[in-house]
Design a protein around this ligand. Structure first.
Ligand code: ZN
Length: 267
């Protein structure tokens, strides 16, 4: 009886402390603070820069120009972060954004994105993952699953031995969580949010479909980018974008009428 009681109280504390709502209204488990995620983002970004050579000059200015336009469309907290951009020399068509304000784009992706609108589709999508706290949610879910009962029984207090174990495990989960591919649900959410973001910034949302078609064509070659393997199927993704396009186009028109007409020519 006592065990069951503990479990119920513990589960309640966890859900009260750690249930947040994503920008699309989905409830999510987020056990870590934004500050913790920002720190992990900074560490992962530094690690990337140690592992891959970076490129400056015109490609960097191009990616910075598009990123700055997208960042201006973000909510206050994220807009006011000091966003850093790096272009990595790599054939792999990859891109990421990390909590704390970090964007990385591989040169292989710059070959696939044909203009500023398509690049904005990529950057909008990646920043949408950050905005929706997907890394926090993924790491939290993994950790909660791994810890099972031990989390629940110590959830009433983060202090004490149980609390330390929990925090250590959270750190471990987060290390994996921040670098792993996202789930399909997260991908769909990032697609929809990213579409709104790029449109709000004054980029043509229809370019997202062209971009993913280019990606699909590149992915059908000998070596599809690894991160695409867990992404939604191509048809699912295009279907989702098309369903959200009406709203995004209205947003795009409003942005243009308000003078948001970014001009970042591809080098
Ligand atoms: Zn994604």
């Amino acid at each position: 009886m006592r065990w069951t009681h503990l479990l119920a109280v513990g589960a309640l504390s966890v859900s009260l402390a750690a249930c947040t709502t994503s920008p699309t209204g989905r409830s999510q488990l987020t056990l870590m603070s934004d500050a913790q995620l920002d720190q992990m983002g900074a560490r992962a970004f530094a690690q990337y820069q140690q592992e891959l050579p970076t490129v400056g000059g015109a490609p960097l200015r191009y990616v910075q120009c598009v990123t700055e336009a997208v960042v201006r469309a973000l909510p206050e907290r994220e807009r006011n972060q000091n966003w850093q951009v790096r272009v990595f020399q790599s054939e792999q068509a990859n891109a990421f954004a990390l909590p704390g304000g970090y964007v990385g784009i591989n040169t292989g992706l710059l070959d696939i994105a044909e203009n500023q609108h398509q690049l904005a589709a990529v950057i909008g999508h990646e920043i949408a993952h950050v905005l929706a706290r997907h890394a926090n949610e993924r790491a939290s879910t993994q950790t909660a699953t791994q810890l099972g009962l031990s989390v629940i029984s110590s959830a009433s207090g983060m202090q004490g031995a149980g609390g330390e174990t929990m925090m250590a495990a959270l750190g471990m989960g987060a290390q994996y969580g921040i670098l792993l591919p996202f789930s399909r649900r997260h991908e769909s959410e990032a697609d929809t949010l990213g579409l709104d973001l790029m449109a709000e910034a004054g980029f043509d949302p229809r370019a997202s479909i062209a971009l993913w078609n280019n990606m699909g064509a590149a992915g059908s070659g000998a070596r599809p980018p690894a991160w695409m393997s867990t992404h939604p199927s191509h048809g699912q993704r295009i279907g989702g974008l098309e369903a959200a396009m009406g709203n995004a186009m209205a947003r795009y028109e409003r942005a243009r009428n308000a003078g948001r007409t970014p001009n970042c020519p591809r080098p």
